[in-house]
Design a protein around this ligand. Structure first.
Ligand SMILES: *Cc1c(COP(=O)(O)O)cnc(C)c1O
Length: 361
C-alpha cells in the first residue's frame, strides 16, 4: 500500500522525506555502526545531535538568548502541573482562559496548586469562538501568570493574535501549533508543546522558558518537575527521549530546507484557505467555528446528514484519506493538517468531498 494522507490529530503524519532519512539511518547513523537508539545520551555523537537540534530550533523560531529550550518527556499533560509548580513563585493565584478541552484540562490541574481565576469560558457556545480580551475578567494584580491554549486541537479554535497582559507572564500550550508559523517568543513567559502533533513523534515535549521565571519552584516540587534543573543540565539531568528528539532534529532540518517558518506559514495558510474556502462554498459541509478564529491546523466539519458519516469515513479511507473522524464532543469530521500534510493532501480531500457531495449529498 502506498502511504496515505493521514489527517490524524496526533500522533500525526510525518514528512516522507524525514521518514525516509530515519529509515536510511536506522541501523547505522553516520557510519558509527549504531542506531541513534543505541547511543549514550552523553556520548559525543548524541551530544552533537542534541546541540545541533537546539541551534536549529532556536534559529527557526528566532528564540532570544534569555530563553532556555528544554527537551523533556511527560507530554503537554505534565506541563499542566509543571507550569504552576514553577511559575507561581510565591503567589497564590493564576488567570486561565478556557477556550476548549485542553484549556479545561490545564485548569483542572492548575486548581491542584493554586486558586485558578477563569477569566472567560466559551463552553456554552461549544468552544466555537474566542472572546475579546476586553471581556475577560483578569486578576492582573495578583495573578502569577496567565495561561491559555493558542490552538484548541479538538474544536479547531485558534488565536490569530497575542493577548497583552502587561507584566504578567503568558504561559501557553502550543502542542498543536508550534512551528506552524513564526511567533514573537519575547511575548511569552513559557511555551510548551508535545511533539506528536507538529514537531515529531510522541515521547518528546519541548519547553521554551524565559530564564528569570525559573528557580522559584513550589516547596515539594519533584526534581524532575523543576525547569531550572533541566535547564542547568541541558535537558540531560536524566536520560532524555533520545530517539524522538532525534526525529525532531530531522524535522527542524526539513523545515529549514522548506524555507523556515515564514515559508511554512504561507503553505499552511494556503492549505487552510483551500479547505475552509471549499467548506464555505458548499451547502453540504459546515464548519461551526467563528471565521475570525478558525484553526489553520485542525479543521472540523459537519455533514448536512450525519447518517452519512460512516459512509464518508469508509469511502475516504478507500481513497487513501484516513483518520478524518471528528472528536466525539464535536461530531462529524476533523481534518488535522499540520506541517507534514502537503497541499496535495488537501486537494485530494477537497476533490473527495466534492465527489461525495455530488453522489450522496
Ligand atoms: C494533544 C494535546 C495535549 C495532550 O498532549 P500529551 O502529549 O498527550 O500530554 C495537550 N494540549 C493540546 C493543545 C493538545 O493538542
Amino acid at each position: 500500500m502506498a502511504r496515505i494522507y493521514n489527517f490524524s490529530p496526533g500522533p500525526a503524519m510525518l514528512p516522507n522525506e524525514v521518514m525516509e532519512q530515519a529509515r536510511d539511518e536506522m541501523l547505522n547513523w553516520h557510519n558509527t555502526g549504531m542506531s541513534v537508539m543505541e547511543m549514550s545520551h552523553r556520548g559525543k555523537q548524541y551530544t552533537e545531535i542534541a546541540e545541533e537540534s537546539e541551534a536549529d530550533f532556536r534559529e527557526l523560531l528566532s528564540i532570544p538568548s534569555n530563553y532556555k529550550v528544554l527537551f523533556l518527556q511527560g507530554g503537554a499533560a505534565s506541563q499542566f502541573a509543571m507550569v504552576p509548580m514553577n511559575l507561581l513563585r510565591g503567589k497564590k493565584k493564576a488567570d486561565y482562559l478556557c477556550t476548549g478541552h485542553w484549556s479545561e484540562k490545564a485548569i483542572a490541574e492548575g486548581q491542584k496548586f493554586c486558586e485558578v481565576n477563569v477569566v472567560a469560558n466559551t463552553k456554552s457556545t461549544k468552544f466555537t469562538h474566542i472572546p475579546a480580551q476586553q471581556d475577560w475578567n483578569l486578576d492582573s494584580e495578583e495573578a502569577a501568570y496567565f495561561h491559555y491554549t493558542p490552538n484548541e486541537t479538538i474544536a479547531g479554535v485558534e488565536f490569530h493574535w497575542i493577548p497583552e497582559i502587561g507584566s504578567v507572564p503568558l504561559a501557553v500550550d502550543m502542542s498543536s501549533t508550534l512551528l506552524s508559523r513564526p511567533i514573537d517568543i519575547s511575548k511569552f513567559g513559557v511555551i510548551y508543546a508535545g511533539a506528536q502533533k507538529n514537531i515529531g513523534c510522541a515521547g518528546l515535549t519541548i519547553i521554551i522558558i524565559r530564564e528569570d521565571l525559573m528557580g522559584q519552584t513550589l516547596p515539594g516540587t519533584p526534581t524532575m518537575f523543576d525547569y531550572q534543573i533541566h535547564a542547568k543540565n541541558n535537558s540531560m539531568y536524566n536520560t532524555p527521549s533520545t530517539y524522538p528528539w532525534y526525529i525532531s532534529s530531522l524535522i527542524f532540518k526539513w523545515l529549514k530546507r522548506k524555507g523556515g517558518l515564514v515559508a511554512m506559514a504561507e503553505i499552511n495558510h494556503k492549505k487552510a484557505e483551500t479547505l475552509y474556502g471549499f467548506i464555505d462554498s458548499s451547502s453540504f459541509y459546515t464548519n461551526p467555528v467563528d471565521p475570525a478564529c478558525r484553526s489553520w491546523m485542525n479543521v472540523p466539519f459537519i455533514l448536512a446528514n450525519s447518517n452519512l458519516d460512516e459512509q464518508f469515513l469508509h469511502l475516504a479511507k478507500q481513497a487513501g484519506l484516513s483518520n478524518l473522524k471528528g472528536h466525539r464532543s464535536v461530531g462529524g469530521m476533523r481534518a488535522s493538517i499540520y506541517n507534514a500534510m502537503p497541499q496535495e493532501g488537501i486537494n485530494a480531500l477537497v476533490d473527495f468531498m466534492k465527489e461525495f457531495e455530488r453522489t450522496k449529498g
